[in-house]
Design a protein around this ligand. Sequence first.
Ligand code: C2E
Ligand code: MG
Ligand code: MG
Ligand code: MG
Length: 283
Amino acid sequence: RAKRRGRGRAEMFDEALRLQLTAHAELEAAIAYALANDEMQLHYQPVVDVARDRLIGYEALVRWERPGHGMVRPDAFIPVAESSGLICDLDRWVLGAATRQLAEWRADTPADQPEPTVAVNISGRHLTDPRIVEDVADALEASGLPARLLTLEVTETVLVSDPAAIDNLAALRDLGVAIAIDDFGTGYTSIGQLGHMPVDTLKIDRSFIASTDPGHRELVALMIRAAHTFGLTVVAEGVEEEDQLARLKADACDQAQGYLLYRPMTAADAGALLRPVELLATD
Ligand code: C2E
Ligand code: MG
Ligand code: MG
Ligand code: MG
């Protein structure tokens, strides 16, 4: 009996595993299909200059309009794309779409206005692939967007774990693009290491911005000061409350992003922010 029950359990396990693998394979196939059939789109979250209260540019955030599933957020499919090679195709698509969009907005920007910038998230897997440099160079060339208007966001984990990633980052910076460390504070990079890394911008993770712990608040002020010592620009992520923004201003944080300022929005809405208010008021 025990033996039979044991086999039954093994069969149940096999069945669960089989279903899981099937679901994974189906999602993978659906992502590949989505990339080839225009189901992906970009939303744009404005980034604001804290001291001047002015729009600087946007972070491009991928969305998947999956038939029968509605709008799928990246956290639901990026991990699957990462576990297959698809993430590089996705990153390439995002790079192409974001640079094309920004080049278009730049062309429409009045000469006396600052040119909007765009930040694109790059997966750690893609960053360790030597093709990343070519992919970024291709997107810049095809769109005509000047490299100085593009920032690549990478997470700190990949920076500490892979020397190939550091080499690629240095080559990317040689193209003239800026590099930002995303979600800073959630990994294992110490503030002291920042000075040795080929990066331009530090994005402080929203968990620190949201925290009411006095120790965390002090830490945010310290991160900003240390980053400035190394010549880095600091962006606060996930600003949701007025008092958070006020504190960031007092701490001399350069830029901020968050629901208090703007939520991620469609390209049409993001582009409208660049046009003078008088033009919008006419219809
Ligand atoms: P991230 O790069 O740290 O992007 C910020 C995330 O925080 C976005 O979620 C954004 O919608 C959300 N957010 C912004 N402001 C606030 C706020 O005030 N409060 C809260 N609670 N959330 C806020 P989203 O769009 O769901 O993206 C999640 C993550 O997926 C991103 O984190 C990024 O790591 C990844 N991702 C997004 N787009 C891409 C992409 O095109 N390529 C790659 N490789 N990864 C992407
Ligand atoms: Mg990001
Ligand atoms: Mg982030
Ligand atoms: Mg993140």
